[in-house]
Design a binder for this molecule. Structure first.
Ligand code: MG
Length: 360
């Protein structure tokens, strides 16, 4: 399978330089996603292949509209990536420093190259990444499944559908109907809840009241309670909150961490925000050094990026890696969720294989 016609360039000794191929691959959502201002049934995505010496590493860029990247920006960036100057794919730092330096921003596009490079490296050594990194695959965390706001009967029905499949549920709060949602869920299950306010509360006293109530209802963690600009208020809240407060919108890359250490209990790392696995691993280490908790999240994306993030999951306290479950045309199979827990396989690299009957 080739995304486009490419010409391999052969070195004098006949070794093959690295070459990328990419193409847009719109993700079809299983359920139409609706917020107040719009609804959508697809998400823009670009699939990437990195070819080297007969092996193929897979990567992906998923572009939620709020991060400012698009099919056009990702393909424009990837068109500038020329890896023919590198003959050794194991030179992670040199290769990714070059990619990061091509232009600022473009984090999802950079993540596509990073993920494919890591997948290729795993295939070269014949090991899953978690094994290369010395991680214990029995230590993977439970991942959450998001329950949206709906009528009480629909919420109950959805919870009953997933109760045996997931060990933690996630809900959005800071929106009308959030209390009713919690009560509807609690009428059918005691499963722990994580909540994401997506910057939706603005007053710190009110946010603390809400968090105290949510804690009494069996919630175990809160994501981004207040706008990312209100760092002093978030620090005030974290100091008083009975639940860990995790940064999502407030954190993007490694360089953000030191200024957040006094304000949040932990950080939500997403490959599309932070340029991929190389920086994500550094963020995990830096978060631990700063005494912070680690969450791994994702966008709406295929099993490619989700399985890549899952390789790191034995290091995480919280995981929200359900993005591939939301799409109807996943071209890969990889990480599975078994009994609510992230379950890693033995495949080399990021642990995926193409699904034969999907036209990529
Ligand atoms: Mg979030």
């Amino acid at each position: 399978m080739h995304f486009s016609i490419g010409i391999f360039i052969f070195a004098p000794d006949n070794s093959i330089f690295m070459k990328i191929f990419f193409r847009p691959y719109p993700l079809s959502l299983k359920h139409v996603f609706t917020v107040a201002s719009f609804s959508r049934s697809t998400t823009p995505d670009v699939l990437l292949e990195l070819h080297h010496d007969g092996l193929v590493g897979y990567g992906e860029a998923s572009m939620p509209p709020y991060l400012g990247e698009s099919i056009e920006s990702v393909t424009a960036f990837l068109s500038k990536v020329d890896l023919s100057g590198f003959s050794d794919p194991m030179q992670t730092e040199e290769i990714l420093r070059y990619v990061d330096g091509i232009a600022p921003g473009n984090c999802a596009a950079k993540a596509a190259v990073d993920i494919a490079l890591h997948d290729l490296q795993g295939k070269i050594v014949g090991q899953p990444l978690y094994q290369t990194w010395g991680l214990d695959r029995s230590a993977t965390p439970l991942t959450t499944y998001t329950i949206g706001i709906d009528t009480e009967d629909v919420v109950r029905e959805k919870v009953r559908e997933v109760e045996g499949l997931f060990g933690r549920l996630k809900i959005k709060v800071g929106v009308p109907g959030d209390h009713e949602l919690v009560k509807a869920i609690r009428s059918v299950t005691d499963l722990p809840l994580t909540v994401d306010a997506n910057q939706g509360w603005t007053d710190r006293e009110k946010a603390l009241d809400e968090i105290n109530w949510l804690a009494s209802e069996g919630c175990i963690m809160v994501e981004q309670p207040l706008p990312k600009t209100q760092l002093a208020d978030i620090a005030w809240l974290t100091a008083r909150s009975p639940l860990p407060i995790i940064a999502d919108e407030s954190v993007q890359r490694l360089s953000d961490l030191p200024r957040l250490a006094d304000s949040f209990s932990g950080i939500n790392i997403k490959l599309m925000k932070c340029t991929g696995l190389y920086e994500a691993r550094q963020m995990v280490n830096e978060a631990r050094r700063l005494g912070m908790k680690v969450m791994l999240g994702c966008m709406t994306e295929t099993s490619c990026a989700v399985s890549a993030a899952a390789q790191l999951s034995p290091l995480a306290d919280f995981a929200d890696l359900d993005g591939n479950l939301l799409i109807a045309n996943d071209p890969f199979e990889g990480m599975k969720i078994v009994g609510g827990r992230i379950t890693l396989n033995d495949l080399p690299g990021i642990g995926i294989r193409p699904v034969a009957d999907i036209q990529r």
